[in-house]
Design a protein. Sequence first.
Length: 353
Amino acid sequence: MVARLDPGARALLHDGLVIPAHPLALDPGARFEQRRQEALTRYYLDAGAGGLAVGVHTTQFAVHRESVGLYEPVLRCAAETTRSWTDRRVVLVAGIVGPTEQAVAEAEVARSLGYDLGLLGVTGAPDATEEQLVERARAVGEVLPVFGFYLQRAVGGRRHSPEFWRRLADLEAVAAIKIAPFDRYCTLDVVRGVCASERRDEIALYTGNDDSIVTDLVTPFRVAVDGQVVEEPMVGGLLGQWAVGTRAAVRLLGEAHVTRRTGTVSTGLLALGSEWTDLNSAVFDVAHDFSGCVAGVNEVLRRLGLLSSNRCLEPVDVLSPGQETAIQEVMEAFPHLVDAAFVHEHLARWLAG
């Protein structure tokens, strides 16, 4: 048996969506704040996000631990808030981690809550071979359609071969792949592997490369497969960076789609890409090898009033030295990229019970 994405969600996914990687709202004492969690979801929906990814790296992988007890509550909160806040069809993506048994169990939880896909990377299965990872994806795909995930090595990922991506794309349950190695060669490995699969037209490619968002969205990726040139685009993004500035991201994706149709890239769009990368450098803490990336996202949201703190579940996940100042500088320089005016206008409504 293979879990299949419903036609409506599939069409949206292939058209290309802005999918923010949903953070976790904690108070200064590291207690879950449901009201602010709901406010975040409402912000993303009103900003025009076409999907939400919950239980992923930006949500913090610690939510998957039984001792923490937040995986099901956080997924439920996002799903129920979405259904009560908007009539739009929103594609819900659940982060799934761990060895096969845990991954399948999490997929069952996500399916029971109405999630459309499971974002499945290597997290929680660091020693598995590529063969074992494919079989793990096959097992999850019997429960929930799969969104493949190439996670960058700085935050727990590892390198995969083009053959791995071809074999993953061959699985009938795989509907999309998030490409986030922060490496152009590895990015092309995914494209090459997918293009070598007979199912390539059934796979939606999404950028997760927060350091090259605009480049990914406007590039017609061309690779050599069996002596032929094959082309595939990245139609949308599933990004931790888009957990802030979601309305700006929706505008950006619209511009990128026009650019791909016309074949003309404006210098203004390229300059915007440079601004996004500069913003991401501070938020994701590139200066300290991404150590403060989750706290950095939370800090932006705290400054905007959506979160009460930048607190993370793991005590070691804090802002790095100098990161707070760097974030302040980019927020002042690029207020249009963090939706400052939009959030200020609607914050009280989103926080209302």
